[in-house]
Design a protein around this ligand. Sequence first.
Ligand code: AMP
Ligand code: MN
Ligand code: MN
Ligand code: MN
Length: 276
Amino acid sequence: MLNADLHCHSNVSDGVLSPAEVAVRAKANGVELWALTDHDEIGGIPAARQAATEVGLRFVAGVEISITWAGKTVHIVGLGIDECHPALVGGLESVRGGRVRRGMEMAAELEQAGIPGAFEGALKHAGNPDMLGRTHFARFLVESGVRPSVAEVFRDFLVEGKPGYVPHRWATLEQAVTWIRASGGRAVIAHPGRYGFDAMRMGALVDSFRELGGEGIEVVTGSHTPDQYDDFARIARASGLLASRGSDFHGPSESRVDLGTLPPLPAGVTPVWHDW
Ligand code: AMP
Ligand code: MN
Ligand code: MN
Ligand code: MN
């Protein structure tokens, strides 16, 4: 099967490497079809496309849109988008809009928990201040010696019920799918196993997503266990969704899964790239 890696991040959102560095690493790792999917931002696409062309790597323009669905944050990946399409560009601008304010509130909460200077500290880790996010705060907390790793920060901070968590309203499911489709892309539910939904909730998400014109679901991702590969392969087959594969790579020292190293999709699913 084609070594496709259709989910990863550069320093244009909360990854560590530049778009060109991610392209070179993907190629070196044997990736044959690659999408850069920065959070809520398409600014890295031109550099990624150019670098991919230079190293002879097939490139797909992508994005990972933050949405609020049923009170939870869910991520929707768009693949094969046109990064210049006005509906998509304007929509993503509006999603990014609240991030700096949220960051200030997160910093105020951390200060109350005895950790001052988090806003400035996190900002130093953000290649793109517009895209200030929890990962940048996590890197600041590691740098300050509060926890030894980003993964450990996310156990004790920045998540629901822990210091530094600030609820936020992102785009709607309908907006994300509509923007992606308007720009010619294919919408994919990102790492469905991460949301803690029971079968009924997941079924409701898949149904609404399909009705809106969503086409795919991530089956093999760095966020899933091997058991979950099978669970979501079953859901893809039963619902008629196309299956996607992506590492969700953020950086060499932070990600458990490197670019292009995941197992292939389980048998019986149709890859999201089947007709590309
Ligand atoms: P934000 O969009 O600012 O809320 O940040 C979300 C990002 O935080 C995700 O894309 C991940 O990169 C990171 N993140 C969230 N939860 C965890 C976790 N448990 N471990 C590591 N990174 C996480
Ligand atoms: Mn991230
Ligand atoms: Mn995600
Ligand atoms: Mn991601």
